[in-house]
Ligand binder design. Sequence first.
Ligand code: AMP
Length: 226
Amino acid sequence: MIRGPRLLLLGKQGAGKGTQASLLAEHYGVTHLATGEVLRAAARSGTRFGLEAKRYMDEGELVPDDITVGVVEERFGDNGELEHGFVLDGFPRTAAQAEELARILGEHDLDLVVALEVPTEVVLDRLAGRRVCKDCGAIYHVSAPPEHPWDCDVCGGEVVQRDDDQEDAIKRRLELYEQETQPLIAYYRAQAVLVDIDGVGETEVVFSRLVDAVDGKYERRAGAPA
Ligand code: AMP
């Protein structure tokens, strides 16, 4: 069986990772794993780890590694994603998490890491206007609401502003991105697995840039002798 690509998206909050990761997962028929989404779902269902994670998320702080690494390990544990391919979004966010990811992946190397580049003034506007479905996580913007505001087009759930899309939390999240996550771009560049993609533009335009990059890199790998 031909496997799908193993992809990782890096980029500031509001760069469009969630939207593009979900489109890529659908396009390639692979799983989309967004740690933020899993943590928000756990917080909504009130599990102990979900409620603990929520305290950090609402402040814009990083959730402790034992929780986030646990989420990724559980998902990649026995569902065949490592074999079949995936799009990972929101993990890793620190050097320590990148090491953990390498351990979890083992021989299943990433095909491509994308650095989705968007200037800070653009992400600030996107984050302030962002609205998400409470139930399925579909993403909207005040300038592009669902057809029947504010019921989700995908599942009919309620579309709301995220608790951490408030000014103070946004500031803190962008600070943490710069300190903790941005250095991972150099880490993956050194492994020759990284590509920079311009994340400014219409969703479909950015998506086609991504597909071109993935097809170029992944087909070369898939066609390479083992
Ligand atoms: P996101 O939806 O990716 O913006 O994530 C929302 C929030 O979830 C973040 O601000 C963190 O509080 C938490 N979170 C998600 N992924 C991670 C991670 N890999 N490490 C630590 N915290 C995370």
